[in-house]
Design a protein around this ligand. Structure first.
Ligand code: PMP
Length: 376
């Protein structure tokens, strides 16, 4: 039996998503920009998915723009807002634990003359809202914070910080990378106080290659991709109707059960932690009040890559810090105060509501064997 516990990297598309993709590929293959019936049907499929994602975020459908994934959504949000607002104001505030698609974009803007202020957790490994607010000033054009950290599950105080920032500096654009929170926590555009929100299809049982950006009405972005003016000119290029339809189908499926699935995953996390507590030398790096979907541990000084391959030989799939960096350490764990041997032996277990207790037990037993059999 194979045990897939790498759902923060990507999830298995649900059957509803696969059916929607196949039906669009086989039957609804028109170009949404074409003026005939086939084009209209394709446009209707895109708009149906747009409404699903908008409803999930508590937003109007006109605020949702489809992209190729959250990497593009993050780039469009940050570069697009910096280009629109950063002519007068050249400072950006960001958390120090962002995914590479935000962190590297910031570095690139820094090389182009922006001042980027990175706010770190304090010594206790926690973020304090006041640190973000006091980093902002009259010269700040944008603040960007992720909701759920993809390596540890830490939940950042986005709604509270953005509200405080907006109170003092109403002109600052607020962006949230919501990839690991969307469809897992009850995320709404209004409760986040965000002008821009990035989400990804393949993290929520949709297909790879599709994502969306929520853009609050009145917020102006300079597009990254110019062309045929699809998506109201914000994201040119023929829409991937099949993938978008699949994304919408996945959202429709998950939307009604966010809280039930959260409870189920919380119970799975409790089961996992109870099992891990029986193993000598295992340290839990994730906070108790983090998203239960992501659990980061350190396995008794056994190097992450070696442990990953040990588990992989038993058809158990987990990852080190984050899958995107192909195992290379991103520095995010260090930001949370997880350093040295703890960081070198970090293993990320990421679940879905479909994960079973039996699968977790298989993982726990294999991890225990791994610790016994792998030499430090
Ligand atoms: N942000 C976060 C927090 C992520 O976890 C990921 C995916 N690892 C991304 C952005 C990028 O998403 P995508 O794969 O859709 O480009």
């Amino acid at each position: 039996m194979s045990v897939y516990l790498d759902n923060a990297a990507t999830t298995k598309p649900c059957s509803e998503c696969v059916e929607a993709i196949l039906s669009a590929l086989n039957e609804n293959y028109g170009n949404p920009s074409s003026l005939h019936r086939a084009g209209l049907n394709a446009q209707l499929a895109v708009d149906k998915a747009r409404k699903s994602i908008a409803d999930a975020l508590g937003a109007a459908p006109e605020c949702i723009y489809f992209t190729s994934g959250a990497t593009e959504s993050n780039n469009l949000a940050i570069r697009g807002a910096a280009a629109a607002y950063g002519k007068r104001k050249r400072k950006i505030v960001v958390s120090s634990v962002e995914h590479a698609s935000v962190a590297e974009t910031m570095t690139s803007l820094e090389q182009n003359g922006f001042e980027v202020v990175r706010v770190s957790p304090r010594e206790d490994g926690k973020f304090y809202g006041i640190d973000f607010v006091s980093a902002c000033d009259e010269n700040t054009c944008l603040i960007s914070m992720m909701l759920v950290n993809n390596e540890t599950g830490y939940i950042l105080p986005v709604g509270e910080v953005f509200a405080a920032v907006k109170r003092r500096f109403p002109e600052i654009i607020t962006h949230c990378d919501c990839v690991q929170g969307f469809m897992k926590l009850p995320v709404k555009a209004s409760s986040l106080n965000a002008d821009l929100i990035s989400v990804s299809g393949h993290k929520i049982h949709g297909a790879k290659g599709t994502g969306a950006l929520y853009v609050k009405k009145g917020v102006r972005l300079i597009p990254l991709i110019t062309g045929g003016k699809q998506e109201k000119g914000i994201r040119s290029g023929t829409e991937s109707v099949p993938l978008i339809a699949g994304f919408g189908a996945a959202v429709d499926k998950l939307s009604p059960t966010i809280s039930q699935r959260y409870e189920a995953v919380k119970n799975l996390k409790a089961h996992l932690l109870a099992g891990l507590a029986e193993i000598d030398g295992v340290t839990v790096n994730s906070p108790d009040d983090g998203s239960p979907y992501v659990v980061n541990i350190s396995a008794a000084g056994r190097r992450s890559e070696i442990m990953l391959h040990y588990l992989e030989q038993r058809e158990i799939y987990v990852s080190s810090g984050s899958a995107c960096s192909k195992g290379a350490q991103s520095g995010v764990l260090g930001e949370f105060g997880i350093n040295g041997k703890l960081a070198d032996s970090a293993v990320r277990i990421s679940m879905t509501a479909e994960t079973t207790v039996e699968e977790l037990d298989v993982f726990i037993a294999a991890l225990k064997d791994g610790i016994e059999n792998i030499r430090t």
